[in-house]
Design a protein around this ligand. Structure first.
Ligand SMILES: Nc1ncnc2c1ncn2[C@@H]1O[C@H](COP(=O)(O)OP(=O)(O)O)[C@@H](O)[C@H]1O
Ligand SMILES: [Mg+2]
Length: 411
């Protein structure tokens, strides 16, 4: 059986871009594409013929075990459901063993040391842009050497990192390497409306990366959606509004606290900032309680506060002084993304984030914050980001749960 016959048997009809990927007989194939392009399907089925042909050992390695499951499930379903191959005795996820000795294991690269082991015939690095170069170079690459193993790298790009260099090898015609780059919309099975919804709700460069499948540059201003004319005004919380806070700790660097509320349409209004270096926690606590009192006097209700989870001691001291906080979510890139998404205009032309003109330090930091060059993973360049950290905590804590998994966007 050849590949075309196998695909016919499975009723798998690769779309044009997948066909190009399957047609290449390179030993190392790097498939860079947007979310839901069909990378996982194509990569799994690319190895299926080998799996059916006889004894072979393959690994699916991903940043987390969950990220290897699409490939694993496609292989499992193809073998057991569609091709009616009965699993060998004792086979269980994350391992799949065919009656004729095809052996597949899904592994997480979370602890790269655990990747030491046998030689393998093929390796799929699932969503490899989120893998560390080290995990591949130190623990995986050598495993392919003895058996002239094959490598497939299906991933959505994630900044200008080592994956872009792998991609370049195929582009530059290095023998044995082939590279592919495609957008989500090249998969005719993804609806245009899904893509348009993503285009509207994501910052431009994020959309280019996650759906366009290009190595989009993170350069220049981080919060480039921010326009004072659009986002800044004089804001007042109406009576009855819930007031939320977010805090980033600092002593030499400023301590930053933001107060915000959500309007009836879920827009975040940042009402006030406290930005001060050189104070003790008790001083900050007293000031914060004073501001809270002012909001209560105006008929508002004081809701939860979130603070930097790294500041365990500071959170305890604040709590002892009467200001209770929850641990904020401090994941940087996802947080930046959440803030930027809020800045985008909604259907009525107004953005999801408004800032009171009195928040001078926050406004300054928003203007000044730029991406570091060639940071891996992408990160803002060093500079003042104390109020920005608090803004991230607030936006993430108050964001409706975004179903990233479903959108195929990774953080
Ligand atoms: N050739 C194809 N024919 C039918 N459906 C496809 C094809 N390629 C991909 N799909 C579907 O598109 C969706 C995304 O595929 P998947 O491989 O999970 O994408 P990716 O790994 O690029 O995010 C899945 O629902 C998959 O079944
Ligand atoms: Mg996938």
């Amino acid at each position: 059986m050849n590949q075309a016959e196998l695909f016919e048997l499975l009723r798998y009809f690769p779309h044009a871009a997948q066909l190009k990927f399957h047609a290449s007989d390179a030993r190392f194939k790097v498939l860079i594409a947007g979310a839901r392009f069909g990378k996982s399907v194509a990569s799994a089925r690319e190895t299926l013929l080998e799996l059916l042909a006889g004894p072979t050992r393959g690994w699916l390695v991903a940043p987390t075990y969950a990220l290897a499951t699409p490939e694993f499930n496609y292989l499992r379903d193809d073998m057991y459901r569609r091709l009616d191959a009965t699993p060998a005795q004792g086979t269980a996820p994350p391992r799949l063993v065919s009656p004729w000795g095809g052996d597949v294991t899904a592994l997480s690269a979370h602890q790269p040391e655990s990747l030491l082991g046998q030689e393998i015939d093929w390796l799929i690095l699932c969503e490899a842009a989120h893998l560390k170069r080290d995990a591949f170079e130190r623990f995986l690459r050598a495993r392919l050497a003895t058996r002239s193993g094959r490598l497939l790298v299906p991933t959505t790009p994630h900044g200008h990192n080592w994956i872009e260099q792998l991609y370049e090898r195929g582009r530059e015609g290095e023998p044995g390497w082939d590279s592919f780059q495609h957008a989500t919309w090249e998969n005719p099975n993804v609806s245009a409306s899904e893509i348009e919804a993503a285009r509207r709700s994501l910052p431009e460069d994020t959309f280019a990366e996650q759906y366009g499948g290009v190595f989009a540059s993170r350069a220049g201003r981080v919060y480039r959606e921010f326009e004072p004319a659009l986002h800044v005004g004089a804001l007042v919380a109406p009576p009855g509004a819930w007031i939320y806070k977010a805090i980033d700790f600092g002593y030499t660097a400023p301590f930053a606290c933001l107060w915000g509320t959500l309007d009836a349409d879920g827009r975040l209004m940042v009402l006030r900032e406290h930005y001060q270096s050189g104070w003790g926690i008790q001083q900050h606590a007293a000031l914060i309680q004073g501001v809270d009192r002012g909001f209560r006097d105006a008929g508002c209700r004081v809701g939860p506060a979130w603070a930097d989870p790294a500041g365990a001691l500071e959170r305890k001291l604040l709590s002892d002084a009467g200001v209770h906080t929850l641990k904020a979510d401090n994941r940087l890139l996802g947080g930046i993304e959440t803030v930027r998404q809020r800045m985008l205009k909604r259907e009525d032309g107004t953005p999801g984030l408004h800032i009171d003109s009195g928040c001078r330090n926050l406004l300054r930091e928003l203007e000044d914050c730029v991406w570091a060059e060639r940071a891996d993973p992408p990160a803002p360049a060093p500079g003042d980001d104390h109020a920005l950290d608090a803004l991230r905590y607030l936006c993430v804590a108050l964001s409706r749960k975004v179903d990233w998994q479903n959108r195929g966007t990774l953080w």
